[in-house]
Structures are given as structure tokens and as C-alpha cells.
Design a protein around this ligand. Structure first.
Ligand code: 4AD
Length: 612
């Protein structure tokens, strides 16, 4: 038997096979010639493979005289589909210049040589690919074996908490500073992971903060250590140490772990958190994976600022003796017009999701005094702008026995005191600066701009009015025009300060707004406009006279009956009063410098988007 060294190489084998094949083909051709009768002229041979370089096809041909192949190489390849078989059929080629369909000639020696050369190259390529595949399979198998062995070794290492060490107190990451120098126990999600040969560094996240962990020795040799990826949940004990000078870590300390355990594993490979997306991924990808995107630093930071903003509003309202109430979401009256109402069947009656809790707040004034609410409002308008949502958090307030100036002063106070409080918060204030570097609390008093002066400003700066019909050419603004979002944004960005835009025309505003005495086509209404966002607050003084209110219903074509409870407020001891609504997401977009309000909701709701 030949030893391995004596075996012919693959290349030599192929050459040998081809040489033998050539000889056999030559023999066969002679035989076939006889079988086919006089050279090519008679009936086609059934054994032969036919090639017509002019009209044959390698794709659709089958090598018969009626469906010949196009190339001799293909004839050989298709008819002898491996390097090892014998070529024992003649190859007949239709003469190129022949006019006769049956003028089949045996393939010339040179053409056969060329075809065989191509065949040889082809088989070599096939063999090489096969060898590559085999090598890869071998490597995969070996890797799996190595991995298995590693896991078996790792399984032998079991970490046991050392009971002789001082007790490790369970502490949230955000509260760790007071525990520096002692042994602590923390729980959280693996936010970042860096594995080195002797050490593993983890950034752990528990919602209250981030903590650097250092694992070494047996701690990085266990089975769980092999399965550790980002988003796994773990429990860790260890000594909390201040980071050495010149090094940085979140909170200024790191936990040198002495024990840990896996609580919940997270996927690896294509399903791994890091493979799904990152913070720079397309916004729509992140929006569809919002439940996971919330774990990333920027979305979490915005939500933390959001929480701080809401609690600051509550604190400031409380300071100014404005009481929180919780009006319903299911209503049967509109506040801001029927066009943007989400309607539904409520036990056989028509009902809506609330657009604004304003009317309910007004009913609370006689019993509770000044009131506010934080309630979801719903708008069915199909607006795809960066500041419109289908559901948003609406912060609304109503104040009794005030005038228009009191109302604006109050709004200014609320915004400024809330901003001051958020900036002074050690966590939220820092996050605002990270999200919106250089942000400063707005200067008081806010600029007060009459609607008519705003129209003049737009015209002075060539900011044109564009009709809803795009076919109508743009024109200068006129008194009475609605100031569209784009124009309003341009003006606000040019002025680059918070603006009270006041006194809008009556016909542009809702039925409940109080008219300006002596200028009755205009109302005591106000929008607060902020740079980069535009309108964040809409408010007004309310009609206090019952006849004027009835006239308002009529003007807007609103049936008075369903509003009987609202009308009663004017019957049973009326009062001058006013209020406003602030879009929490717009306020946040301004404070944290976000491109769109969609980033400022926990789970976004805008036209066409209601999941997750
Ligand atoms: O100007 P709006 O429609 O006023 C009202 O609803 C009044 N009834 C509020 C009141 O006086 N109590 O809305 C008030 C604020 C706007 O300034 C804006 O910040 C926000 O609510 N807002 C929206 N935010 C996101 N998406 C939408 N579709 C919004 N519509 C209004």
C-alpha cells in the first residue's frame, strides 16, 4: 500500500485523469464516427454530446442534437459531473459555417484540449472550496471542543460568599458615596463590559446610577463569567474604593468585587443588545425598540430630567398654593374643536379622549381654589411635525380672581422657578448640562409681543404667509392671519429669547377666550414661545359673563346642552379667571435641546405609531 507521502497530489490526480480521459475520448470518437456513419452527415448519434456554439445554450440545452450546448466545456462538465469519471462519449460540434443542420463534426483536438483545461481548472476550484469547507468545519468542531472543555473546567469553579468578611450592606448605586471604604452589595444590569486576560471591568447600572466593578481571579473563571454579556443582571459584593488619583469612574469610586452571581442572562450573537442598535442607530429603529432603547444613556437621562421637571412643577405649584386634581380622560365635550378629537363608542354613546382638562379645572375653582393637573391629552390631528404628538402629557392650571397680567406673571414664575429647581438638582441639573451644554435659565421678564406687532415683525423680515393650498403663492402676512408653525419658529429663533405672544384674533381661538375690552376682535390670550421649539404653552383669560359664553358657543357652532356643567360656573357665582396648558414634551425638548418631542415621551404616540 502506498504511504501517505507516496500518494499522488490532487493536481497530479486530475492531470492523470484528464490525460486518460483524452485518450478515451479519442478512441470513442473513432468508434462513434463509425456508429454515426459517414462523418457527421448521417442521423445524429444518441451517445454523442452536441455543441452548437452559435445557437446552443448552456442554460437551456441538454446536449442532444435538437437542444445542443453552447460550449464544449459545458458539454464535458454537464455530462461528466466529477473529475474522476471517464469521458466516454464523443463530442460533436456543428460546423460554424455550415448551412446544414446535421453537419456535426467531432470536436477538434485543440478545442477539446481547451475544454479539458477549463474542466481541470473548474475541478481544482471545486476541490479547493471543498478543502476550505472541510478546514472550516474542522476548526468549528475543534473550537466547540475547546469551548466545551473550557466550560467543563469553569463549571468546577464555584464562588462562595466568604462569611468571615464584614457584612455587605445592600445599597443602590446612587447612594454609594456614603459607603466608600466599606463592603457593599449591589444589584444591576451590565451596562458595559471589558474583558482582559487577568481582569474584567463592568459598568453596572441600576437606574439610580452607574458603578465600575473590577473582577479578577476565580471571579472571572466561572461558567457564569463565560456567559457574561451586556444586559445580564448580576448581584455583586465587594469593597467600595475611591478611584486612584488621575483615574475616573462614575461617582468617583469603584467596587473591587470579592463575590458575584448571575441573576439573569442576556442574549449573545445577533440578538445581543449591542447588535440590535446603538444610540446612533436610525431613530425609527430605536423607536420600535423603545423598551430596550430606554436602557441607553441618553433616553434614560431625558426620562430622569422629565421626572425632575414633573416633581419640580408639583413642588412649585404647592409652594404657590395651587392644588393638584385628577380630571377624567373619557369626556363628552370638546375644548379645542372637534377636528382633533379621538371618538369612541362609550356604552352606545359618543365619547372622546380628552384634548384638555381645562373645563374641568375651571369647575374646581369654587371648591378647591387654584388648581392644576398633569394629565394625558389626545389630539387626532394628522400632524407629522417634530412637535406634534397624538398623546402628550398636558400640565394645565386655572387661577381665580386674576387679570391677564397676573396670568402671564404666574406662567413666567412657574417656568423660571421650575427651571431653577431642576438646575439645582444634583442629578437632573447635571443631566441637563450634559444634554444641553451651556443651558442657562431664561432671563426675566420674558419678552411680551402683541400679535399685531408679531405680524409687523414677520413682514419686516420677509417671512411670508403660506396658504394651506400650496398653489396659492406666498404673500406678506395680514392682521387676522394665523401665524403658521414655520413662521413662528423663524421669528422665535431670530429673537432667541422666551416670548409671550399675546392677544390673538378672536376667530383664531377657542370659544371660551375672553375678548379684550375696547378691541373686541382680539382676545386676552397668550402663547409662550421658546427658541428651537416654538409654542410650549397656550393660555388665556376665560369668559366670565354667561351671555358672552352663550355667544361663544353659537359663534363656534357648539351645542350648549352638553356643556351645562361648564355653563353653570357662570351661573353660580362667576369670577374673572384664567389658565393655561403646557406641553410637557415640548418643555423638555426646549430644556434638553432635543430635535423632536418624540424623544421626550416614555413611549411615543404620534400618528401611525402606538407600539411598543
Ligand atoms: O394650545 P393648546 O391646544 O391649548 C389647550 O388645550 C388649552 N385648553 C390649555 C389650557 O388653557 N388649559 O395646548 C396647550 C399646549 C400647547 O402649547 C403645547 O405645548 C401642547 O399643549 N400641545 C401639544 N403637544 C404635543 N403634541 C400636540 N399635538 C400638542 N397640542 C398641544
Amino acid at each position: 500500500m502506498a504511504t501517505e507521502a507516496q500518494q499522488p497530489t490532487m493536481m497530479e490526480q486530475t492531470k492523470q485523469t484528464i490525460a486518460e480521459l483524452s485518450a478515451k475520448v479519442a478512441d470513442t470518437l473513432n468508434v462513434s464516427e463509425t456508429a454515426a456513419g459517414e462523418k457527421g452527415k448521417d442521423a445524429p448519434s444518441r451517445d454523442a454530446i452536441y455543441v452548437d456554439e452559435k445557437t446552443g445554450s448552456d442554460e437551456t440545452g441538454n446536449g442532444s442534437s435538437t437542444a445542443p450546448f453552447q460550449t464544449p466545456f459545458h458539454a464535458l462538465l454537464t455530462s461528466f459531473p466529477s473529475a474522476e469519471v471517464e469521458i466516454n462519449r464523443p463530442v460533436l460540434v456543428l460546423k460554424n459555417d455550415s448551412t446544414e443542420r446535421n453537419d456535426w463534426q467531432p470536436i477538434s483536438g485543440a478545442a477539446m484540449k481547451k475544454a479539458k483545461k477549463s474542466l481541470d481548472a473548474h475541478w481544482k476550484k471545486v476541490k479547493k472550496a471543498e478543502q476550505g469547507r472541510e478546514a472550516a468545519e474542522k476548526e468549528t468542531k475543534e473550537k466547540a471542543e475547546r469551548e466545551q472543555k473550557k466550560r467543563e473546567e469553569a463549571a468546577k469553579i464555584v464562588l462562595v460568599e466568604d462569611s468571615t468578611k464584614p457584612r455587605a450592606e445592600k445599597v443602590k448605586i446612587g447612594q454609594l458615596e456614603a459607603h466608600r471604604g466599606s463592603r457593599v452589595r449591589v444589584f444591576g444590569w451590565v451596562h458595559r463590559l471589558r474583558v482582559q486576560s487577568q481582569m474584567t471591568f463592568i459598568t453596572l447600572r441600576d437606574g439610580t446610577g452607574y458603578l465600575q466593578l473590577v473582577l479578577s481571579g476565580d471571579l472571572i473563571k466561572t461558567l457564569d463569567a463565560l456567559d457574561l454579556v451586556t444586559e445580564c443582571t448580576i448581584e455583586v459584593t465587594g469593597d467600595l474604593k475611591e478611584v486612584p488619583e488621575g483615574k475616573t469612574a462614575p461617582g468617583g469610586h469603584e467596587l473591587v468585587a470579592d463575590w458575584w452571581r448571575m441573576i439573569g442572562k442576556a442574549p449573545t450573537g445577533v440578538d445581543a443588545y449591542a447588535s440590535l442598535f446603538n444610540e446612533k442607530s436610525d431613530l425609527s429603529v430605536r423607536q420600535n425598540l423603545r423598551h430596550l432603547d430606554l436602557r441607553a444613556e441618553t433616553p434614560a437621562a431625558i426620562m430622569k430630567v422629565r421626572a425632575a421637571v414633573l416633581s419640580a412643577f408639583r413642588a412649585v405649584y404647592s409652594k404657590h398654593t395651587v392644588m393638584e386634581v385628577t380630571p377624567p380622560c373619557i369626556v363628552q365635550t370638546s375644548v379645542e374643536g372637534g377636528a382633533s378629537l379621538f371618538k369612541f363608542n362609550y356604552y352606545g354613546q359618543e365619547a372622546y379622549l380628552t384634548q384638555s382638562s381645562q373645563l374641568y379645572l375651571e369647575t374646581c375653582l369654587p371648591s378647591l381654589g387654584d388648581v392644576f393637573c398633569v394629565q394625558e391629552s389626545f389630539r387626532a390631528e394628522n400632524s407629522h411635525t417634530r412637535r406634534h404628538l397624538a398623546e402628550y402629557t398636558h400640565l394645565e392650571a386655572e387661577l381665580a380672581f386674576i387679570d391677564f397680567k397676573d396670568l402671564m406673571d404666574h406662567i413666567e414664575t412657574m417656568i423660571c422657578e421650575v427651571v431653577d429647581m431642576v438646575l439645582a438638582d444634583p442629578i437632573a441639573g447635571k443631566l441637563v448640562q450634559e444634554l444641553n451644554p451651556g443651558f442657562k435659565a431664561p432671563a426675566r421678564p420674558f419678552k411680551r409681543l402683541d400679535y399685531k406687532d408679531a405680524i409687523a415683525f414677520l413682514n419686516e423680515h420677509d417671512i411670508l404667509f403660506q396658504d394651506d393650498d400650496p398653489a396659492v403663492p406666498p404673500r406678506p402676512h395680514q392682521i387676522g392671519d394665523d401665524i403658521a408653525e414655520a413662521a413662528e419658529r423663524k421669528m422665535t429663533d431670530m429673537l432667541n429669547v422666551p416670548i409671550f405672544l399675546m392677544n390673538f384674533p378672536k376667530h383664531l381661538k377657542s370659544f371660551y377666550m375672553k375678548k379684550i375690552e375696547g378691541d373686541e376682535e382680539f382676545t386676552e390670550s397668550v402663547d409662550v414661545l421658546m427658541p428651537n421649539v416654538g409654542e410650549i404653552v397656550g393660555g388665556s383669560m376665560r369668559i366670565s359673563d354667561i351671555d358672552e359664553l352663550m355667544e361663544g358657543y353659537k359663534r363656534e357652532g357648539i351645542p350648549a346642552d352638553p356643556y351645562y356643567w361648564f355653563t353653570d360656573q357662570r351661573k353660580y357665582g362667576t369670577s374673572e379667571h384664567g389658565g393655561y396648558g403646557l406641553g410637557v414634551e415640548r418643555f423638555l425638548a426646549w430644556l434638553t435641546n432635543r430635535w423632536t418631542v418624540r424623544e421626550c415621551q416614555l413611549y411615543g404616540r404620534w400618528p401611525g405609531h402606538a407600539a411598543p
